[in-house]
Design a protein. Structure first.
Length: 291
């Protein structure tokens, strides 16, 4: 029974890591840049939802605050690219990476200035509810995280495979010049991908905050999520989820059977092994570029 509860808890945490990792993958596939502020966007989305639902602030119902939060974070993602990232066009990738790291610091300081640095919890209708099955007690919040992540993953698959906008995003990520000659506005597509990454980060933040406390340092979860993206394959959305699940499962089981210090080391040890034996990740999508 303990093993099954650890499994569910690990899957729930892994789904959150996977969603953050999907944001890394979306932006990398489109621009070949790494957005190290993705974890902080997740944290910011959680705090936006908290501010909208907190009775001392807006006091909106949870199910009203959720879509508004997603829209706000999508707008923030869109504006980040339209106002800042486009100005970095032609600069080295390291300059873009440094910019995203700086944006992460700004997001953490802004969240601390607005909401404080003490841990806070999101008032969710599923918080504190349990599901009992055959003597096993499972948290409704953890099951909700898993179900929503699976639905979102399926939805994103159909979005990229079946919609014109999704196909245009794929075309722009694979060959920007060819997409431009086909009449696709690559700059607008890039901004929309950043908006999509912001929306996914908001969902991850809401899911995480609905089952635990948050503070501005929560954004540092992005480091584990980046490890998950690399483990799964930095160009693969399913790989991002797989990498997140692997890290999510390794943490509770290693903490239970190996001890706390080794448990904190295990995700990064797996990352090192993957980089050594399969540098492009488990579900790598390596494409040769013709020069």
């Amino acid at each position: 029974m303990d093993a099954l509860q650890l499994l569910v808890s690990g899957l729930a945490n892994g789904c959150v890591y996977g969603l953050i990792a999907m944001g890394f993958v979306l932006i990398y596939k489109a621009t070949e840049a790494i957005n190290f502020a993705q974890g902080d966007m997740m944290m910011l989305g959680a705090f936006v939802a908290l501010g909208l639902t907190n009775h001392e602030w807006w006091g909106w119902p949870f199910w009203v605050a959720v879509p508004v939060t997603i829209a706000i974070m999508a707008l923030i993602g869109y504006l980040l690219d339209a106002l800042l990232l486009r100005r970095m066009f032609g600069q080295s990738q390291i300059a873009v990476v440094i910019l995203t790291i700086a944006l992460g610091f700004v997001a953490r300081f802004a969240a601390g200035a607005i909401w404080g640095h003490e841990p806070q919890s999101l008032e969710s209708p599923i918080a504190g509810q349990d599901v009992r099955f055959a003597g096993l007690v499972l948290g409704m919040d953890e099951l909700f995280v898993i179900i929503v992540t699976l639905l979102l993953t399926v939805g994103m698959f159909f979005f990229f495979a079946r919609t014109k906008l999704g196909v245009a995003m794929q075309a722009a990520s694979q060959n920007q010049m060819a997409a431009y000659y086909m009449g696709i506005s690559v700059k607008r597509i890039h901004s929309m991908i950043w908006a999509l990454a912001g929306a996914v980060a908001a969902i991850a933040g809401i899911l995480f905050a609905s089952k635990g406390s948050i503070d501005p340092s929560t954004g540092l979860m992005g480091i584990k999520a980046f490890a998950a993206a690399v483990i799964g394959g930095l160009g693969s959305l399913p790989g991002a989820l797989l990498g997140g699940v692997i890290i999510g499962l390794v943490e509770p089981f290693s903490a239970r059977y190996l001890g706390g210090d080794l448990a904190r080391l295990m995700p990064y040890l797996i990352l090192v092994l993957i980089l050594v034996f399969r540098p492009h990740g488990i579900l790598s999508q390596v494409q040769a570029k013709k020069v």
